[in-house]
Design a protein around this ligand. Structure first.
Ligand code: F6R
Length: 627
């Protein structure tokens, strides 16, 4: 969502802020701005729309400032107009603030300040903050004290970066829920809502925790709690490579990330499969190396999974695997729904939060509420929380008992691709680990599944090598006139139909729906005619014939039929489908990791042919850190 960058040091603050904001573009935004402090004055430049508009405006300013804050805004309170863009200044222009989150009681504070004669320039909740700080500065000994008094008045979830004309060598940073990371360089210090913004400058970082204030000066960083006690916290050095954040010759990040999937799966296998496992060796030695303690996994009677969007689709595949492989009844809920209608408490439940970013507000809140409501109950009812995330340093890791890191590397394209595949891989590992511990399937079947997983990287490579041109060509047919798509699938591939439809909606803005194939005749089939293409995910296995016959019902209504199936079925596929997207032969249980790839590519090419902003689709954000 909104992005924050802050800098204090010896280089040009404006350059560093703008380059940091560029690296946050992927999160989604509709306006941007920077404020720097120089010669006792705050200079603020803001622009509606893309960062190029801000850059153009900055070309006409000359600044030597070495301290400043920057922001990309995704509108919540007030339209995406320049006057609502951050930074916001106090009425006297002496304090500048950028904020991520929501100040819930801003109207009440705003009325108070208006009664004191303060004039407001925007409709945002944020503008009360610099005005409160300016107000408290008159009766405080330091900027820190004024900020403490201000946050004591604020309700909500907010991350702030603050500069003041009267305190030109201080940058204050506050965290109350939305993430903030600090970066440590040589005589220079950074803050950002997402570490990608500062990775080119430093890999020594510290995650600010909830209820903390950081005071950055040219001499160093001090951390305080909200009541003003100094805290002792130490940064750590990341092993991330800034090159991961480059496009490396691909036209879009999304395409690069689709092509990274073989490497991602290899990485997952290397991390989580015990190479030396042989069923006969030692009954206590699992083939899977997730490091889960018996406290989390023993005596499980129920798994409940909480997630949003694409992660929710991965969770549906997880449910299939946990039930069919590990034999554990599993429920999947949208985190945003679960928060307000929690399920009856079942003993010995493992709760899994799936979130690529580790920051999705709904998922975080749902996990926190699950922990809280079980806290005082007897041991068998207490929460056991597991997180599946691609950002092991993120907020989710502070909430759950254990993380499964999906090891996909940073994903910049807003539409999730490689992280989805990596989440599904995590569910294979988890269900195999639990199946092994609970002895729900034979060791030879475990070996067979692991062998199948080992083939995935080369099989994805085959799809990328053999299908790319064909899919790009096919995409032209749908880029101009098609307004609606239907995706169908069954069993373990129904979530892939959902994911295919979501990818298409997100980046091509074509309306798409997904149904379990057998549901078509209960209503949605009425939508079909020759203008509505149907994509059928028809992978060989237990429901293959069923999907084929559902697809034929669609064809009989004149729908153009696109099938995702294996080469083995070429003749039947050619007979049934108008267009066939072919994947290699694969065990049904493993098939989703292959069947999703052509659908990612189809959506990508349709959107790219339409000339749309594939990596930053309208209205979407990479991390949804507000409710
Ligand atoms: C889809 C997409 C979103 C996210 C959703 C949850 O391509 O990116 O639907 O999957 O916002 O995000 P995380 O996984 O970060 O919790």
């Amino acid at each position: 969502m909104c992005g924050i960058v802050g800098y204090i040091g010896t280089q040009s603050a404006t350059d560093i802020l703008v380059s940091g904001l560029e690296r946050l573009e992927y999160r989604g935004y509709d306006s941007a701005g920077v404020a720097t402090v120089e010669e006792g004055q705050i200079n603020c430049v803001k622009a509606k729309g893309k960062l190029s508009n801000l850059r153009q405006k900055l070309e006409h300013t000359i600044s030597q400032a070495q301290i400043g804050i920057g922001h990309t805004r995704w509108a919540t309170h007030g339209k995406p107009e320049e006057h609502n863009a951050h930074p916001h200044l106090s009425s006297e222009m002496s304090v500048a603030v950028v904020q991520n989150g929501i100040i819930e009681n801003y109207l009440e504070i705003k009325e108070e300040l208006i009664a004191k004669g303060i004039e407001f320039r925007s409709e945002t909740d944020t503008e009360v903050v610099p005005n409160l700080i300016a107000h408290f500065l008159t009766s405080s000994n330091s900027l820190l004290e004024a900020v403490q008094k201000t946050i004591a008045r604020l309700e909500g979830a907010f991350a702030l970066a603050i500069v003041s004309a009267e305190h030109p060598y201080e940058l204050l940073v506050v965290r109350q829920q939305p993430p903030l990371v600090l970066g440590f360089g040589q005589g220079e210090f950074f803050c950002a809502s997402d570490m990608t913004a500062i990775l080119p400058y430093t890999r020594t970082i510290l995650n600010l925790e909830n209820g903390e204030i950081a005071r950055l000066t040219p001499l160093g960083v001090e951390i305080y709690n909200f009541t003003g006690d100094r805290l002792s916290r130490f940064p750590r050095t990341l092993d991330w490579n800034p090159i991961q954040v480059e496009k490396q010759g691909f036209r879009h990040y999304m395409l690069k990330e689709i092509y990274e999937q073989p490497a991602v799966v290899r990485n997952c296998l290397d991390n989580y499969i015990n190479l030396n496992w042989h069923a006969q060796d030692n009954p206590d030695y699992s083939p899977i190396n997730l490091g889960l303690s018996p406290n989390l996994t023993d005596n499980l009677e129920h798994v409940q999974i909480l997630a949003c969007g694409t992660s929710w689709h991965a969770a549906l595949i997880g449910k299939y695997l946990l039930e069919q492989v590990a034999g554990i009844p599993t429920t999947v809920d949208y985190a945003s729904e679960f928060r307000y209608s929690p399920k009856p408490i079942i003993p010995h439940t493992l709760t899994i939060g799936v979130t690529q970013s580790g920051e999705t507000a709904d998922t975080i809140a749902a996990l926190e509420s699950e922990r809280a409501r079980r806290a005082d109950l007897e041991p068998r009812l207490q929460a056991k929380l597991l997180g599946i995330t691609n950002r092991s340093e993120s907020t989710i890791s502070q909430i759950v008992d254990r993380i499964i890191d999906t090891h996909a590397g940073i994903e910049i394209g807003v539409a999730a691709t490689k992280t989805f595949t990596a989440q599904v891989m995590s569910f294979y590992f988890l269900s195999l680990d639990l199946a092994y511990r609970r002895q729900t399937i034979s060791h030879s079947r475990i070996e067979e599944i692991i062998e199948g997983l080992r083939h995935i990287p080369s099989q994805i490579e085959t799809i990328l090598d053999t299908q790319a041109d064909y899919i790009e060509e096919l995409a032209h047919d749908f880029a101009t006139e098609t307004e609606d798509f239907i995706f169908i699938g069954r069993g373990i591939n129904f979530p892939i139909a959902l994911e295919g439809a979501l990818k298409l909606k997100e980046i091509s803005y074509i309306h798409a729906e997904a149904y379990p194939a057998g549901e078509m005749k209960h209503g949605p089939i009425a939508l079909l005619d020759n203008k509505v293409p149907v994509v059928a995910v028809a992978m060989p296995g237990s429901v293959y014939e069923k999907v084929i016959s559902n697809a034929q019902e669609a064809k009989a209504r004149d729908a153009r039929l696109i099938g995702v199936t294996t080469a083995m079925n070429a003749i039947e596929a050619a007979h049934t489908f108008n267009d066939v997207l072919t994947v290699p032969e694969v065990d049904e249980l493993i098939s989703p990791v292959l069947s999703v790839i052509p659908l990612q590519m189809l959506s990508y090419h349709i959107a790219a042919i339409k000339g749309l902003d594939v990596d930053q689709p309208r209205n979407l954000a990479k991390s949804v850190t507000v409710e």
